[in-house]
Write a protein of this length. Sequence first.
Length: 179
Amino acid sequence: MSLFLATLIPGLLLAVLGGFLFWPGAAPAAKALPRSQAAAWALFGLGALWFLWRLSRTGEADLIFFQTPAPVMIGFGALAVLSFIYTPDFLAVRGVSVLILLGAEPLLRAAYMKWDHPQRLLMVTAVYVGLAAALYLAAYPFRLRDFFDWLFRSPGRPKLIGALLLGYGLATSAAAFTY
């Protein structure tokens, strides 16, 4: 992935997320996300498929006990299916966390050792904040519900957070065009 795309994609995602918070229907949609079955199937399913694809590309040097990644893929695939059956609560939040964790690698790899482009730090900072949030929310997914309750308790908070995200996303997107 090029540094241009690696900077533009998170910038646009942040801008869309910031714009979403200005929408009047954002509160019910956001509050429904953590326990939504449709979102769980889409987000966690996509995260599981992406992880299985990454496992399929694992080399023999990365495998400790197996010659091929097939047994590991079968095990993680079974865990993904079983998670829909036995732990369906907040699976959408864990799916978002998985997608952030998997998506961070190509973004950070594109910015690695690009010392001559200091504006890349806008993207790198956003990715590392996203990684920290993803790790925290993967362990405590109910905290996203609590955050949404706090965020939408006051009518000014979503607009303030939305304006900050929109501004940062637009600045990051604009930085992509400076490479």
